[in-house]
Write a protein that binds this ligand. Structure first.
Ligand SMILES: Cc1ncc(COP(=O)(O)O)c(C=O)c1O
Length: 391
């Protein structure tokens, strides 16, 4: 008998993966499927970034780097945080280059959680926040953000869910899957709540570059008094279309960073050497590529929001950031997993059931518009025709 750990057994595979698997079965039968389930930009990585990585490879930068990451990149990250957020981090001891935001979040949980501790998570959320604490024998308290509140939070609501075992709270703005953005009042409520109860805050800002209309990315770090309790997580994956490079970073007070680097050392030792050189070029090179991607996402978002709202009974909020819409499909009287599976079979379009994103996700599906404009046009037509059959 294989003796798989019960902690691992308690974690489900992500619903994104399940939908991709169902889709690939249909593809094997020869069906053309449009993939709108992935949180993966469809753009190529800008060429100056690729060239920097190739140059590093050709120069023999193929060895382990410092566990914290290459010095130049850590300095560039510290400069970037100073100029965009106005906060100082010591590149020698407070910044770690990681294998994407995913590793950064793992390091934070692994370094801070004791068995029996609890993590407060604002949901609907990226599923990793719900799963990884379980590996540390920690509990999760889900605090649902509601569409009717524009996905904002008050201190009063946070207090309703507080329990003395809570050690940290996770926030993600702009948010996957809702596209919501935490405004100043919400961030202030979170800051006060965290300081009052001596909590750590993991602030996952991987979608910071993509905000629309008047939405502006705001970090909890604007309240400098909370800096020592914040673990800032960011990544090159989404901003520069570098998901396969696996480079992200974490910024935290030196003692917390020291603990995280210990876990990082035991996990991967360092982020890939030449990928770090590419990330350095991404941060220090021209930023027009990011603006172009953002403009294109906004064009696609307009198409998708309008197309979905033209379908009777589907209601789609205009997201303020990231590259997902999270329309409400509860009027069909089916579970979100049934709706996603129906759309896959009927329309040949892969979406993700909202139930996979924690409390408040049921009744919705997630559609990623990190796909080509023409695929989105075809998908919307097919979704509209398929939904007609349900009414
Ligand atoms: C909210 C959020 N955080 C972190 C990540 C991790 O991204 P990566 O590990 O590629 O940096 C993702 C990926 O989808 C995400 O949606």
């Amino acid at each position: 008998m294989v003796g798989i750990s019960s902690k691992v057994e308690s974690i489900p595979f992500s619903s994104i993966r399940r939908m991709s698997e169902l889709a690939s079965e249909l593809e094997k039968e020869g069906r053309h499927i449009i993939h709108l389930e992935l949180g993966r930009p469809d753009f190529d990585t800008p060429s100056h970034i690729k060239e920097a990585a190739i140059k590093a490879l050709m120069e023999g930068k193929v060895h382990y780097t410092s566990n914290y990451g290459i010095t130049e990149l850590r300095h560039a990250i510290a400069d970037k945080i100073r100029t965009t957020l106005g906060v100082e981090y010591d590149p020698a001891s407070e910044i770690i280059v990681t294998a994407g935001g995913a590793e950064a979040i793992y390091l934070a949980f692994a370094s801070l959680l004791e068995p029996g501790d609890k993590v407060m998570v604002l949901t609907p959320c990226w599923p990793n926040y719900l799963h990884v604490p379980k590996l540390m024998n920690a509990g999760v308290i889900e605090v649902e953000l509601r569409q009717e509140d524009d996905y904002q939070i008050t201190k009063r609501r946070l207090e309703e869910f507080y329990d003395p075992a809570v050690k940290l709270i996770v926030i993600n703005s702009p948010c996957n899957p809702t596209g919501g953005i935490l405004e100043t009042e919400s961030l202030e409520a979170l800051k006060e709540f965290a300081l009052e109860h001596s909590l750590y805050v993991i602030s996952d800002e991987v979608y910071e570059a993509f905000t629309y209309d008047t939405g502006k990315h705001l970090s909890i770090l604007r309240f400098t008094e909370i800096k020592d309790r914040v673990i800032l997580v960011n990544s090159f994956s989404k901003t520069y279309s570098m998901t396969g490079w696996r480079v992200g970073y974490v910024a935290a007070e030196a003692m917390v960073a020291r603990a995280m680097v210990k876990v990082h050392q035991n996990l991967i030792a360092c982020s890939t050497s030449f990928a770090q050189a590419g990330a350095l070029a991404a941060l220090t090179g021209p930023q027009e590529c990011v603006q172009e991607m953002k403009k294109e996402y906004e064009r696609r978002m307009n198409l998708v929001v309008q197309g979905l709202n033209e379908i009777p009974v589907v209601r789609c909020n205009r997201p303020k950031g990231a590259f997902y819409v999270f329309p409400s499909v509860d009027a069909f009287g089916m579970e979100s997993s049934e709706v996603s599976e129906f759309l896959l079979r009927e329309a040949g379009v892969v979406t993700v059931p909202g139930s996979g994103f924690g409390k408040g996700g049921e009744g919705h599906i997630r559609i990623s518009y990190a796909a080509s404009y023409s695929d989105l046009e075809i998908a919307l037509e097919k979704i509209a025709i398929a939904f007609q059959k349900l009414r």
